[in-house]
Write a protein that binds this ligand. Structure first.
Ligand code: ADP
Length: 706
C-alpha cells in the first residue's frame, strides 16, 4: 500500500513539474477545458452486478515495459485503479496515466478510446486492469464490449489575431513572438501533451559561435578537412554547381574565411595552439554537401541557399533569444560548456543546453505569461480560404466538437513532419527503396502524421523535397525511439557490426550511417562505449553503471532492462553479449573487440582513419586501465535506424510565407519547422533542427502578427 501511494505521489509531482500534460486553460477562455471527454455511455457495470469485492492485481504492457495495477472491486464494480509499477514517460503519457483509470471507474468500461499521443500506454493500462478484473472473476468481455462513445459538444467559433497550429518548438516560438508583437494568439495542439518531436529531441543546437570556438583547439584532423576545402575545385562536377550554381559563391566565401583564419593564426599549430574555426559560409557549406543527394530518378536535390543563409546567420540570435524571453540556461552558460559534434553534425558547433522535455515546459510557461491561449487535444483539420487569403481554420476537439477559428492576421502551420506516417513517407520516397516500408519504426511522437502538409497542399501550397526522409541510425531496434541506449560525441564513437568490426565513418552524415548499417544483418549495428573524453587528447577510461544517459537513464538500469550489455573487462562484455539485448544476437569475440579498439587507437594516434576516413577522430580507449580498474568498464548498445525527420514539406520563402505552386505567397499563411521543406534537402545535419525551428518560428510569429 505504501509503495502504491509513493508511486501516485511521484506521478503527481512529475505531472506538476512537467506542467505539459494538462491543457493550459487561458484566463479569457474562448474554448473549453479539455476532456475527460463527454460520453453517452451510462455509468453502468460492464457485466451483471455481483457480490465480488476485494483488491486484485494485474499486469499489462505499455511503451516502456510492464504496467502493474491494483484495482479495488466492490459489489462487482471497479471502484479504484492505482499503479503498483509504471515506467511510461510522464511527459508523453501523463494524460493517459491520469485519465484512463478515472474513466475505467466512471464508466465501468475497458472499451475506452486511447488518449491521443499515448495509444500504447492507454491500452497497456486497460490490459493491466483487464488482467486484474479477470483474476477478480469479473466479466472482462462485457467490460471491453462496454464501448464509451464520445459525444461532441455544439459547434464553437473562436476569434483571434494569430492561430498557431502545432505545439512543438516551432509553434511555441511563433506563438510567443507573435504575442510579444501585440497579437492575440491561440495555439492548438492535436495531442494530449504539448511538445511534439521537440519534446523528445535531444539538446543539440548548432550555431556558428566564434567566442566558443576561440576557447577550443583545432585538431590536426580538422585542419586536414579545412585544407581539403581549400583544395576543392569549383569546376569539380561532383559539386553539382552546374545544377546549383548559386552555391558556388558559398564555397568561394568559405575559402576566403579559411585563408583569413590561417593568416590571423600564422605560426600556430593545429592540435597545439591553433584555436577552433567556424564561419557562416562553412555552416552553409556543410548544409549543402551534407544535404546534396541524388534521387532514384537520377535528379539531384540541394538546400535552398537563401533559407540556409537565413538559418546559419540567425541561429546564434535564436539561441540568445531563449535567454531573452526568460528561458534557462542562457547562452553564456551553454557556450561555457564548449561545443561538441552531435551525431551527423559534421563539425563541432553543437551547443548543449536543454533537453526537449525541459525546453517545452519553459516554452509553455513563457507562452502563457505572454497571454497565448493553449489548447491540447484540438486538431486543425482544414484551412479557411477567402478570396485567396487564409482567414482561419477548422479544428476538432478529441470528443468531436467542431470549432471554427477566425484568425484576423494569419495562421502559422507548425504541425511538424510525417515520420509517424511511414506510408506517407513511402508514398513520396525516391531514396531508400527497399530499406523503407509502411511499417518502418520511428523516433517520432505518434501525432506527427503530416496533417499540415495535407491541409496546405489542398489550398494550393507547393511542396518541396518530399523524396527523402531522414533515418536516425541510433535508435532502439525494437521501438524505434532514440532512448534505451548509450550515445556519445560522434568523434568518440566506435560503431561495429555483429562480428565486432568497424563498418563506417561514425562522423559521416546520418543517411550514410543509416544506409551502411541497414545493409548489415537485420539492419542492426552496435555502439561500443567506454566513457566520455574529458579533453580531446585524453583516452577514455571506462564508463560506470552509475553514469546517466543523454535521455536521463541510469546505465545500470538500461542493462537490467535488457537494452545494453556491460562488462568490467572485454571478456566479461563478450560473455554478457551472449544473452540477447533489444532482440539482438551478435557474435563478438574478445579478440575481435580488442583488435577493433587497437586499430582505432592507432588511427587516433596518427589522426588518420585508414579504413573509413573519419575526419574528426577522438576517444581512444585505454584498454589497460579499464581492464585493471574495477567499476570502469565498457557498454555495447544494439541500434537500428528508424524514421526520424522529414526534410520535405511546405515550400516557404525566407519570411516563412507559404508559396503556392506558381511560387507566389498565399496571403495569411505562414509555416515553420519540420512542416516546411527546402532547408535541409536530402539530409539534415544533426543539431540543425532545433536551430531551424527557433529561427523560422520567430520569423513566422513576427510576420503573422504584423
Ligand atoms: P517542430 O519541430 O516543427 O516544432 P514538432 O514535432 O515539435 O515540430 O511539433 C509539431 C506538433 O504539431 C506536434 O506536437 C503534433 O502533435 C502537432 N500536430 C500535428 N498535427 C496537428 C494538427 N492537425 N493540429 C494541431 N496540432 C498538430
Amino acid at each position: 500500500m505504501k509503495k502504491k501511494r509513493a508511486l501516485s505521489l511521484i506521478l503527481a509531482l512529475v505531472l506538476l513539474a512537467t506542467g505539459v500534460a494538462a491543457c493550459s486553460q487561458p484566463a479569457e477562455s474562448v474554448g473549453s477545458e479539455q476532456p475527460p471527454a463527454q460520453t453517452q455511455t451510462p455509468a453502468e457495470p460492464g457485466g451483471e452486478p455481483t457480490d465480488i469485492s476485494g483488491t486484485f492485481e494485474g499486469t499489462g504492457y505499455g511503451m516502456q515495459g510492464s504496467i502493474q495495477v491494483e484495482i479495488q472491486v466492490a459489489a462487482g464494480l471497479i471502484t479504484d485503479v492505482s499503479f503498483l509499477q509504471i515506467s511510461e514517460t510522464p511527459y508523453v503519457a501523463g494524460v493517459a496515466i491520469e485519465r484512463i483509470p478515472q474513466q475505467i471507474v466512471e464508466y465501468q468500461s475497458l472499451g475506452l478510446d486511447a488518449v491521443t499521443g499515448a495509444t500504447l500506454t492507454s491500452y497497456g493500462i486497460m490490459n493491466a486492469v483487464a488482467d486484474a478484473a479477470q483474476r477478480a472473476g469479473l466479466d472482462v468481455d462485457a467490460l471491453r464490449a462496454n464501448k464509451v462513445v464520445l459525444q461532441p459538444g455544439s459547434a464553437e467559433t473562436w476569434d483571434t489575431d494569430v492561430l498557431v497550429m502545432g505545439g512543438g518548438g516551432a509553434g511555441f516560438t511563433a506563438a510567443i513572438t507573435a504575442a510579444q508583437e501585440g497579437a492575440k494568439v491561440i495555439l492548438i495542439e492535436k495531442s494530449s501533451v504539448l511538445g511534439g518531436n521537440s519534446m523528445v529531441a535531444g539538446s543539440a543546437f548548432n550555431a556558428v559561435d566564434l567566442v566558443a570556438q576561440s576557447n577550443m583547439i583545432l585538431t590536426v584532423a580538422q585542419k586536414n578537412t579545412l585544407d581539403g576545402y581549400l583544395a576543392m575545385q569549383e569546376s569539380d562536377p561532383a559539386l553539382q554547381f552546374d545544377t546549383f550554381p548559386e552555391w558556388k559563391e558559398v564555397l568561394v566565401a568559405l575559402k576566403e574565411d579559411i585563408n583569413a583564419f590561417y593568416s590571423k593564426n600564422k605560426g600556430k599549430k593545429a592540435g597545439e595552439d591553433m584555436p577552433g574555426f567556424d564561419s557562416i559560409a562553412m555552416h552553409m557549406w556543410h548544409i549543402y554537401i551534407g544535404g546534396l543527394r541524388q534521387l532514384e530518378t537520377g535528379e539531384w536535390i540541394a538546400s535552398d541557399v537563401n533559407l540556409a543563409r537565413t538559418l546559419t546567420e540567425q541561429a546564434l540570435q535564436s539561441f540568445e533569444w531563449m535567454g531573452e524571453v526568460g528561458m534557462e540556461p542562457v547562452y553564456g552558460e551553454a557556450a561555457a560548456n564548449g561545443l561538441s559534434t552531435v551525431l551527423g553534425a559534421m563539425w563541432p558547433r553543437t551547443h548543449d543546453f536543454l533537453r526537449g522535455d525541459a525546453r517545452i515546459v519553459q516554452l509553455n510557461s513563457v507562452a502563457l505569461q505572454n497571454g497565448v491561449q493553449v489548447y491540447t487535444e484540438t486538431a486543425g483539420t482544414e484551412l479557411i480560404l477567402d478570396n485567396g487569403r487564409v482567414t482561419g481554420a477548422k479544428a476538432k476537439k478529441a470528443d468531436g466538437t467542431e470549432i471554427t477559428i477566425n484568425a484576423a492576421k494569419g495562421v502559422v502551420l507548425a504541425t511538424g513532419g510525417y515520420c509517424a506516417n511511414p506510408a506517407m513517407v513511402k508514398q513520396y520516397d525516391s531514396y531508400w527503396g527497399a530499406d523503407l516500408s509502411d511499417r518502418t519504426l520511428t523516433t517520432n511522437m505518434g501525432t506527427n502524421k503530416g496533417d499540415g502538409i495535407v491541409m496546405a497542399e489542398k489550398i494550393g501550397a507547393a511542396l518541396t523535397g518530399m523524396e527523402i526522409a531522414q533515418m536516425m541510425p541510433s535508435s532502439s531496434p525494437t521501438k524505434g525511439t532514440m532512448t534505451d541506449g548509450i550515445w556519445g560525441d560522434a568523434s568518440e564513437q566506435i560503431w561495429i557490426d555483429g562480428e565486432g568490426n568497424r563498418f563506417v565513418n561514425e562522423y559521416a552524415e546520418r543517411d550514410v550511417l543509416a544506409k551502411s548499417s541497414l545493409a548489415l544483418e537485420n539492419g542492426v549495428f552496435y555502439i561500443l562505449y567506454a566513457g566520455l573524453g574529458a579533453a580531446p587528447d585524453e583516452m577514455l577510461k571506462g564508463a560506470s553503471v552509475d553514469d546517466v544517459s543523454y535521455f536521463g537513464d541510469r546505465y545500470g538500469d538500461l542493462v537490467d532492462k535488457g537494452h545494453v550489455w556491460y562488462g568490467d573487462t572485454l571478456a566479461e562484455l563478450v560473455e554478457k553479449s551472449k544473452t540477447p539485448a533489444a532482440g539482438a544476437t551478435p557474435r563478438f569475440t574478445e579478440e575481435a573487440l580488442r583488435k577493433t579498439i587497437e586499430l582505432y587507437n592507432g588511427y587516433y594516434a596518427n589522426q588518420k582513419d585508414d579504413d573509413f576516413g573519419k575526419e574528426v577522430i577522438a576517444g581512444p580507449i585505454d584498454i589497460e586501465y579499464i581492464e585493471n580498474t574495477p567499476g570502469a568498464g565498457y557498454f555495447i548498445t544494439p541500434r537500428k535506424s528508424s524514421l526520424h525527420h522529414t526534410m520535405g514539406g511546405i515550400k516557404i520563402d525566407t519570411q516563412t510565407r507559404v508559396l503556392n505552386t506558381a511560387g507566389e505567397p498565399i496571403e495569411g499563411l505562414y509555416a515553420a519547422g519540420e512542416v516546411t521543406g527546402g532547408i535541409h534537402a536530402g539530409n539534415r545535419l544533426g543539431g540543425n533542427a532545433i536551430a531551424d525551428i527557433f529561427t523560422f518560428g520567430r520569423i513566422a510569429g513576427r510576420n503573422a502578427a504584423n
